[in-house]
Design a protein around this ligand. Sequence first.
Ligand code: DX5
Ligand code: ZN
Length: 217
Amino acid sequence: MITISPSLLACDFLNIESELKAFEGFTDLWFHLDIMDSHFVPNLTFGHPIVNLISKKTSIPLDAHFMVTNPEFYIETFKDYNIHNFTFHYEACENPMELILEAKKIYPSVGLSIKPGTDVSVLTDEILKELDLVLIMSVEPGFGGQSFIESTYDKVEYLNNKKSELKKKFVIQIDGGVKDINSKQLISAGADNLVAGSYVFKDGPSTYKSKVESLRN
Ligand code: DX5
Ligand code: ZN
């Protein structure tokens, strides 16, 4: 089953509790949390207090996407918020392997993300063997509502082949501009997990179920 990760960046933040409740009972769903530091990316979103509050209001797995410099500072300080998957950026650290191993001591799942301009081959076999998830950014990280970058499909296919070659089960997650019109091709190419912000949230709670299902086709 394909997991869908609605990105809370696009939700109604003044009514976050009811937004979380609107997804209760959905299966194969994670909440995607875009944590931005106004340094690695130009935008600034939310941090510890908000993630803590969210964690107390939902039992849906939390998928934290850290768009921050110095991700090493965040591994320890976010440990009490029941985060299921901890993803940080390849471009933000000198030694990703060291941080992957550190994060794996705390989080059930650890992911590494690459920006659209980063070649997928930077993810060496050694790195891929340790990862639970690879996040391919299909827009420049920083903002919701951007257009999907078509070259993403090739990266997904490359990783899907790597998965067979290495006999590994890491999740291939795609984030940015994901909609019903590109989800089918992403899934065919090998994507397991689709993050979607504006597509899921833009028409309000009565459409969340059908939006989520439409991404799985
Ligand atoms: C962008 C974030 C995404 C964003 C996706 O930097 O990582 O998770 O919320 O938003 P949409 O689906 O609107 O492109
Ligand atoms: Zn994200």
